[in-house]
Design a protein around this ligand. Structure first.
Ligand code: KIV
Ligand code: ZN
Length: 515
């Protein structure tokens, strides 16, 4: 059996469908390009039938990506499969990923189908997908809680029908490594035609075991890992790509000579880009990409690391692309230097975007002595155009006082009107947000508001993240940065409102997995 492990990235599908992580089409393309640079074998770009927006993004990504395979998710019914094919057909290497649940619980309660019906649907779905494209993956949703005998019969049948990859997901993150190892091994060893397919796993992290289960599955013979950058995904997320890849690299002597196509030096950039796009970062102590993952605070540790890094470090920070020297550009740097630094950080800006970013860069470089990577990330996201915003902030002024009410005046511009109002609040930000609320027509509730100092110091950018919840349970995140905290807050708030307005005008996926 080959020791090549295929990395199937589902950041833009399973990751993107989880609350707070929705991205617009341009953001998805930007992330897909970074995933290609990272070297993932397959990019699951979305679930085309779930919404027009998803369809368009999968289609756009299919047109942009050449090195990685691009895949669209679909259930096994023909309408889903046809739509997925429409979305990926122009990809250089297209793939269809079709799925249906196989556990009795899902069959009885969700699908209301018999085992025989699901078996037939799975086979028919794979054959339909195969009539379009060679690379067909079949997933038995909730595989780890399915009856083993029945699951094996479905697996055998879909391989006969032409599936080249069979994925056995731990959909609800219920497995633990020892049982998952035996489960995968048993299926691979006892399904007669298993050598004709690549076995894949897709482990959710509900018990914090997503990565451990994935590694156990490799030892049992699985050769494709479904995972996401920063471990994002439904509920507690999916197995984290960076953890799986770095475990394989670091533990080679114990686990064996497994190879992936990942350029590990792009791990840090990929993680940062996802954070910059979604406004949702990882916890500081997250393995591999957390801010503290390579930091040494305790004196005894610092002493050891200075003497020899290996005393307290099992991996090189550089191996994940963590920049050693955070000081990058200064006020004398030109546009070319800015462009190549941004490219190195994963940002491909158009000429117009670069021109805007350069103006902003000069402004910042004039005000600050040092321009850090984090500053550049902010500048790049400002320069990158996003979806057409319904509301643009044209004016914001604020008067604050002690023992009184801060008053904000806000002017917003929409396609055909100007909206202007003043309002008070119990604090400065409250006044700004309440005034904006009184100007816009959308309905939402503020779920979260966080501010962080991007580089530290009073001349730092303020990075603001706002989350707005809607009555249908969806959450929209807006993030913005500015040297002025009030402006950053207003921008982040409006970004979330604009996202919400944008997604609500499109038919967003509605509990698709439930019918
Ligand atoms: O968790 C799951 O089972 C899935 C499938 C669609 C692969 O996301
Ligand atoms: Zn999943």
């Amino acid at each position: 059996m080959s020791d090549r492990i295929y990395i199937f990235d589902t950041t833009l599908r399973d990751g993107e469908q989880s609350p707070g992580f929705s991205m617009n089409i341009e953001e998805k393309i930007r992330m897909a390009k970074q995933l290609e640079k990272l070297g993932v074998d397959i990019i699951e770009a979305g679930f085309p039938i779930s919404s027009d927006g998803d369809f368009e993004s999968v289609k756009a990504i299919s047109g942009e990506i050449t090195k990685s395979r691009v895949c669209g998710l679909c259930r096994v019914n023909f309408a889903d499969i046809d739509r997925a094919w429409e979305a990926v057909r122009d990809a250089k290497q297209p793939a269809i990923h079709t799925f249906i649940a196989t556990s009795d619980l899902h069959l009885e309660k969700k699908l209301k189908k018999t085992r025989e019906e699901v078996y037939d649907m799975a086979v028919a779905g794979v054959k339909r997908a195969k009539s379009y494209c060679d690379w067909v993956e079949f997933s038995a949703e909730d595989a780890s809680r399915s009856d083993l005998g029945y699951l094996k019969s479905v697996v055998e049948a879909v391989i006969d029908a032409g599936a080249v990859v069979v994925n056995l997901p731990d959909t609800v993150g219920y497995a633990e490594p020892f049982e998952f190892y035996s489960f995968i091994k048993e299926v691979i060893e006892s399904v007669p035609n298993s050598s004709k397919a690549i076995f894949s796993v897709h482990c959710h992290n509900d018990l914090g075991l997503g990565v451990a289960n994935s590694i156990a599955a490799i030892k049992a013979g699985a050769r494709q890992m479904e995972c996401t950058v920063n471990g994002i995904g439904e509920r507690a997320g999916n197995a984290s790509l960076e953890e799986i890849v770095m475990i394989l690299k670091t533990k080679r002597a114990i686990l064996g000579d497994y190879e992936t196509g990942i350029n590990t030096r792009e791990i840090y950039n990929s993680s940062r880009l996802l954070t910059a796009i979604t406004g949702l970062g990882v916890q500081v102590n997250k393995a591999i990409v957390g801010r503290n993952a390579f930091a040494h605070e305790a004196g005894i540790h610092q002493h050891g690391v200075l003497a020899d890094k290996r005393t307290y470090e099992i991996m090189d920070a550089e191996s994940i692309g963590l920049p050693e020297n955070k000081l990058v550009l200064g006020k004398h740097s030109g546009k070319h230097a800015l462009k190549s630094k941004l490219q190195e950080m994963g940002y491909e800006l158009s000429d117009d975007e670069l021109a805007m970013a350069f103006v902003k860069f000069k402004e910042i470089a004039d005000k600050k002595k040092i321009v850090y990577d984090e500053d550049l990330e902010v500048i790049a996201s400002m320069g990158a155009s996003s979806f057409v915003a319904k509301y643009e902030l044209e004016h914001l002024s604020l008067s604050t006082c002690t023992n009184g009410y801060p008053t904000a005046t806000v002017k917003l511009v929409t396609e055909n009107s100007e909206l202007l109002k003043s309002g008070i609040g119990i604090g400065a930000i409250d006044a700004v947000f309440k005034t904006i609320d009184s100007l816009v027509s959308e309905e939402y509730e503020l779920k979260d508001y966080t501010v962080k100092s991007i580089t530290g110091g009073t001349d730092s950018f303020a990075g603001v993240t706002v989350k707005l919840g809607c009555s249908d349970g969806t959450v929209y995140t807006g993030n913005a940065s500015d040297l002025d905290i009030v402006t950053a807050s207003a921008r982040a708030y409006l970004k979330a409102i604009n996202k919400l307005a944008y997604f609500h005008t499109r038919s967003r996926r509605n509990n698709l997995l439930e019918d």
